[in-house]
Design a protein around this ligand. Structure first.
Ligand code: ZN
Length: 213
């Protein structure tokens, strides 16, 4: 049986977003990224966005109740009825339990495994468009014209606060502390699948496609 209620797990910089978007397109299921939803709320200046911004600016994770609220609303929408791919949620065991209490079971939790050293190398070079949120890499994926966003033409790409080296190390520490119990949780219920995240993006995609069918 093919698996359509999916979740991506992995450290920042593992390529979860890119992989999730491609799978979402191929399988006609929505890609539900809490990071994108939070940044959108922040850009719009909503109450939730302002609250989330305080934590994000400090390199901390946004509290469960804020994240759970927006994910619940999103999963209630029609396009998520046949499946979805969660990206960035659940991030803690408490969030995973909240998801279960909503009656939402996951068919597969795709754990993209990447070493800390590789994460720091990847994220240290990340630059973003402050206008549309597109992400580039100084070495691996530069924009066609330096400093100009390919997607929207905005000039003045930035290194986001959360892509600075000190913030990356803090995020990795937070990631390991919070997700170790999460990994154990999904391992216990048999949903966890490890994917080698240090292969090429194409190989990572093929490994995921084989798992979900
Ligand atoms: Zn842009």
């Amino acid at each position: 049986m093919s698996k359509r209620r999916l979740m991506m797990l992995g450290p920042p910089g593992a390529g979860k977003g890119t992989q999730a978007k491609r799978i979402a397109t191929e399988k006609s299921i929505p890609h539900i990224s809490t990071g994108d939803m939070l940044r959108e709320a922040r850009r719009k200046g909503t109450e939730m966005g302002k609250e989330a911004a305080r934590y994000m600016d400090a390199g901390q994770l946004v509290p469960d109740e804020v994240v759970i609220g927006i994910v619940r609303d999103r999963l209630d929408e029609d396009d998520a009825s046949q499946g979805f791919i969660l990206d960035g949620f659940p991030r803690t065991r408490a969030q995973a339990e909240a998801l279960q209490q909503m009656g939402i079971e996951l068919d597969a939790v795709l754990n993209i495994v990447v070493s800390d050293e590789a994460v720091i190398g990847r994220l240290g070079g990340r630059i973003s468009c402050p206008s549309c949120g597109a992400v580039y890499h100084e070495m691996f994926n530069p924009p066609a014209t330096p400093d100009v966003c390919d997607a929207c033409g905005y000039q003045g790409l930035i290194k986001r606060d959360d892509d600075q080296p000190a913030a990356i190390k803090k995020r990795l520490e937070g990631y390991h502390a919070q997700t170790a119990p999460l990994i154990a949780f999904y391992q216990e219920i048999g949903a966890l699948v490890a994917i080698d995240g240090e292969q090429s993006p194409e190989e990572v995609h093929d490994a995921i496609a084989e798992v979900i069918g």
